[in-house]
Design a protein around this ligand. Structure first.
Ligand code: PLP
Length: 400
């Protein structure tokens, strides 16, 4: 057998891991499974926004040649306008790199940034893209705690206590996957102060910044800390429900990033350019706030789905849940003493087998503090209500 590279030894993605494989096996045997494992709205009947469709119609020829390594000029101009409107100062089009999803630009940035022994501070719970890219670079993800008792805000004392001479950057995922939390301005200013004090780079994954409910105010950390080096990540997978288009970008702002940016340029050049077809839709999509907003307000799909999920969850004895303010996710916890599960993986596997619903256990997000799991609230309200009823019945059967 030819062995895979040792760099992959710690890489893990439970979202498409053993539970997912088991769900696929069950489906192949003819058992329908409700798969609440990925934030992939197109799988749940979210249609193509009209703005995106129109941007493609009649324009396909424009995407035939390789485009600019950093991204098409019109796309980068639209991205520039968007992030300037978010308050990020001093940026120009050449500070922007467009790629095949946030996933690709994260990979490029982390390859350019992380070397053996480097430490990146990142949240627990965390979306595993970030830890995995740190491992691949030979670096170490160091997890700072987000606090379920404080609406999932980062624990700043924990964060500062974990800074070492090897720490290179602090990552924020805001709004957060998997907690659905949106961080307030004070939290962001405090994180920026830590970065300032310890001379660290700020990384901010903001892919859910247009998917916020309840009129919660939103700030981009780069806008609050123009004196600090910062890389901000965003894309269209979630806001326009076009995950399959693979469309994401990053924006470099603040001082001291020339070397890393040059590294990213080397990597971007190696892959010639991002998918040009998807870049055609960026200007129109970034002007179309309306289709995203419509999902997030009362009567809108995501708002009503959250209501259905929360209704179903709130009366379950032994389950604690913080209402999500953004994104597609809810991250409830179980009172371990009240149930007979060995751990979060055991809970999720038994739930899959007994109720045919797939959820991802906390460990998939590097969360080990208590027994938690992530629910993706993308099915229509009725289907979500049924899934929550199944959860309640399942938990009743497993009470001690
Ligand atoms: N960042 C976060 C926090 C995500 O939740 C996801 C996808 O779920 C991504 C990045 C990847 O997005 P993309 O489809 O742009 O690669």
């Amino acid at each position: 057998m030819i062995a895979k590279s040792e760099r992959l030894a710690h890489v893990h993605s439970d979202i498409r891991g053993p539970l997912y494989t088991e769900a696929l096996r069950m489906q192949a045997e003819g058992t329908p499974v409700l798969k609440l494992n990925t934030g992939n709205p197109g799988n749940f009947g979210f249609g193509l926004p009209q703005s995106v469709r129109q941007a493609l119609e009649g324009n396909l020829e424009k995407a035939v040649p390789y485009c600019d390594v950093r991204g098409m000029p019109q796309a980068r101009q639209a991205i520039l306008n968007y992030h300037r409107s978010r308050g990020i100062q001093g940026i120009v089009a050449d500070d922007i790199f467009v790629g095949n999803g946030v996933s690709e630009v994260v990979s490029m940035l982390m390859t350019a940034l992380v070397g053996p022994g480097d430490e990146i501070l990142m949240p627990t719970p965390c979306y595993s893209l970030w830890s995995n890219n740190t491992y691949i670079g030979g670096g170490k993800p160091v997890f700072y705690r987000c606090d379920p008792q404080a609406k999932w805000a980062p624990d700043l004392a924990d964060m500062e206590g974990k800074i070492t001479s090897r720490t290179k950057a602090i990552l924020l995922i805001n709004p957060n996957n998997p907690t659905g939390a949106v961080y307030g301005k004070e939290v962001l200013l405090a994180v920026a102060e830590l970065a300032r004090k310890h001379k660290l780079l700020l990384l901010s994954d903001e892919i859910y910044d247009r998917l916020i409910m309840d009129d919660v105010p939103y700030d981009s950390i780069a806008a609050l800390a123009p004196d600090l080096p910062c890389v901000t990540f965003n894309g269209l997978s979630k806001s326009h429900a076009i995950c399959g288009f693979r469309c994401g970008w990053m924006v470099f702002s603040g001082p001291g990033l020339e070397d890393v940016k040059q590294g990213v340029m080397q990597l971007a050049s190696m892959r010639l350019c991002g998918n040009a077809l998807t870049q055609l839709v960026i200007p129109a999509a970034l002007e179309d706030f309306a289709s995203t907003r419509a999902m997030m307000v009362p009567g809108g799909r995501l708002y009503e789905q959250r209501r259905a999920a929360m209704e179903g969850l709130k009366n379950i004895d032994g389950l604690n849940v913080e209402e999500n303010k953004a994104a597609f996710y809810i991250f409830p916890g179980l009172d371990k003493e009240k149930f007979d599960f060995v751990d979060d993986q055991d809970f999720a596997m038994q739930f899959l087998h007994e109720e045919k619903v797939l959820v991802i256990p906390g460990r998939g997000f590097d969360w080990h503090e208590d027994l938690r799991f992530r629910i993706v609230m993308l099915p229509e309200p009725e289907e979500l209500s049924q899934a929550m009823e199944k959860l309640a019945a399942f938990l009743n059967r497993h009470r001690r």
